[in-house]
Design a protein around this ligand. Structure first.
Ligand SMILES: Cc1cc2nc3c(=O)[nH]c(=O)nc-3n(C[C@H](O)[C@H](O)[C@H](O)COP(=O)(O)O)c2cc1C
Length: 227
């Protein structure tokens, strides 16, 4: 499978979240060989969308001649997009959102009703794409923290979508937390294996992944001690 990882963490390789994504990819590779490209979004020259809609009229060309042209080609030639990013203000980091805004050329201005809501009509074929979101956040209590982000992702990518959200993510870069992060990353690896085989993560594995690595209060207390 051709996999494009859009790493939205400005920390690049040092991203807490990337530990999760790498474990997921290792699991996918356990099942079968995969072609993976990790793109650090922060390093790409991507101008903000000007909202002119030139790209949606007559041929779909953006007014900006920056790195996004090549990124769009790479997106379309991939089988799977993995969005790997930290939660920022209950959403995705601005550079990654900026990249998503610039996917406007993939559809026209025309709109159609699909499954009870409106979508722009595609002008490129991205129907083969699958989408995985892997996101870590700094607070405990993943359910409440990720609510808006999960809703947004589901709205943007209603089909072929899998989401893995993990609170207490700074622990992945804390060597002293290894007794709890290692088994968790093994579970994520299992999730990757399952995804490569079945295109989804089993309910059992999802259930295990929803259990915090350490109790919320303990995590908050440790964070507060280290201030
Ligand atoms: C600008 C900014 C906004 C953040 N907003 C949130 C937030 O809304 N909720 C949360 O739980 N953590 C928030 N965090 C913490 C990060 O999600 C957390 O540190 C994460 O582990 C960083 O992941 P990374 O190393 O992959 O970039 C924020 C951090 C920054 C720098």
């Amino acid at each position: 499978m051709k996999i494009l990882v859009l790493n939205g963490s400005p920390k690049r390789e040092k991203s807490d979240t990337l530990h999760l994504t790498n474990a997921f990819l290792t699991g996918m590779k356990d099942f079968a060989e995969q072609e993976v490209h990790i793109l650090h979004v922060i390093d790409r020259h991507i101008e903000p969308c000007m909202g002119c809609f030139s790209c949606k009229r007559g041929g779909g060309k953006c007014i900006h001649g920056d790195d996004m042209r090549k990124i769009l080609e790479e997106i379309l030639s991939s089988d799977l997009l993995i969005f790997s990013f930290p939660l920022y203000c209950y959403g995705m980091p601005a550079p990654l959102k900026n990249l998503l805004d610039r996917t406007m050329p993939l559809s026209t201005l025309a709109m159609e009703r699909v499954d009870g809501r409106y979508e722009h009509t595609a002008q490129a074929d991205f129907s083969h794409l699958r989408y995985v979101m892997i996101s870590g956040c700094g607070f405990p209590d993943g359910e409440n923290n990720f609510r808006a982000m999960c809703l947004q992702f589901q709205m943007m990518f209603p089909n072929n979508t899998t989401m893995l959200t993990v609170p207490e993510a700074p622990m992945f870069n804390a060597p002293e937390a290894e007794p709890v992060t290692k088994p968790f990353l093994e579970l994520v690896r299992q999730a990757g294996r399952e995804y490569a085989e079945t295109r989804e993560i089993s309910k059992e594995t999802m259930q295990k992944l929803s259990v915090p690595m350490i109790p919320e209060e303990q995590y908050a207390a440790i964070c507060n001690q280290t201030q």
